[in-house]
Design a protein around this ligand. Structure first.
Ligand SMILES: NC(=O)c1ccc[n+]([C@@H]2O[C@H](COP(=O)([O-])OP(=O)(O)OC[C@H]3O[C@@H](n4cnc5c(N)ncnc54)[C@H](O)[C@@H]3O)[C@@H](O)[C@H]2O)c1
Length: 249
């Protein structure tokens, strides 16, 4: 299937490592020019350098998505380097799990901030470019956890909130030929997940609840992004694509 991504400019937030890095590489392999942007300078540089070494068009921009001024600078650098921007993947995010009685206010604010304010800031900065060119794609990385998990009131609230954001922004942007969709990954074996203290327990539970009998990979999510960014998905907006190996509960 021809995806139509050649020479499109894609910003993938949190793309220094994990799902974001694999997604950026998948887009680059389809001919897109990619902006590697992450709060971590080392992974930003390393991931960008690896893409360039393989002959892809990439720039690396260190950026905290919760800081609007930094986000505006990051988008301006993308436009200066590649002449525009067509695809935004709001991927930066992390959990800070605890039961609510033990959850510090800071862990509520940081999780909700990176997921929701980060998506707002980045969308706010790119949407004028999308409107002007009458084409754009916003793809928000939610989580199956939007359904709720004990110990994740902050993460579940933010990942559910991003689905409302997806539908509302899609309604605003449809007439500009801009689609806005979300992906809800299940258990994807990334560094972030493997570093969780309860990794073994959630891994066993995920394997037991998946209908597809394996753990998810970063590439499973990247494949969903490629589809939603492509011309093949031009009549899909406001949707949530569950990539969970068949797990819903
Ligand atoms: N791994 C999973 O099983 C899973 C499941 C569902 C959803 N997700 C979501 O997928 C996304 C990627 O997760 P991952 O597993 O690849 O995690 P990861 O920790 O490997 O990658 C997240 C990246 O985001 C960056 N980041 C953190 N805060 C940032 C900020 N303020 N500004 C810019 N970048 C920032 C980190 O430095 C990191 O490189 C997250 O939104 C996560 O919630 C992951």
């Amino acid at each position: 299937m021809e995806l139509g991504l050649k020479d499109k400019v894609a910003i993938v937030t949190g793309s220094g490592r994990g799902i974001g890095a694999v997604t950026a590489r998948a887009l680059a392999e389809e001919g897109a020019k990619v902006v590697i942007t992450d709060i971590d300078p080392q992974t930003t540089e390393a991931t960008c350098a690896a893409l360039e070494a393989d002959g892809h068009d990439a720039i690396g921009v260190v950026c905290d998505v919760t800081d609007m001024a930094l986000v505006e600078t990051m988008v301006a650098r993308a436009v200066a380097a590649f002449g525009g921007v067509h695809i935004l993947v709001n991927n930066a995010g992390f959990p800070r799990d605890n039961y609510i009685t033990r959850m510090p206010e800071q862990d509520w604010d940081s999780v909700v901030g990176v997921i929701l304010k980060g998506a707002y800031n980045c969308s706010r900065a790119v949407v004028p470019h999308f409107m002007a060119q009458n084409w754009g794609r916003v793809i928000n990385i939610s989580s199956r956890a939007y359904l709720g998990n004990p110990g994740q009131t902050n993460y579940a609230a933010a990942k559910a909130g991003i689905l409302g954001f997806t539908r509302a922004l899609g309604m605003e942007q449809g007439r500009f030929n801009v689609t806005v969709n979300a992906i809800a990954p299940g258990f994807i074996a990334t560094e972030m997940i493997e570093s969780l203290p309860n990794y073994d327990r959630i891994r066993t539970r995920a394997l037991a609840m998946n209908t597809v009998p394996r753990l998810g990979t970063e590439r499973d999510i990247a494949n969903g992004v490629l589809f939603l960014a492509s011309e093949a998905a031009s009549y899909i907006s406001g949707e949530t694509l569950h990539i969970t190996g068949g797990r819903y509960g």
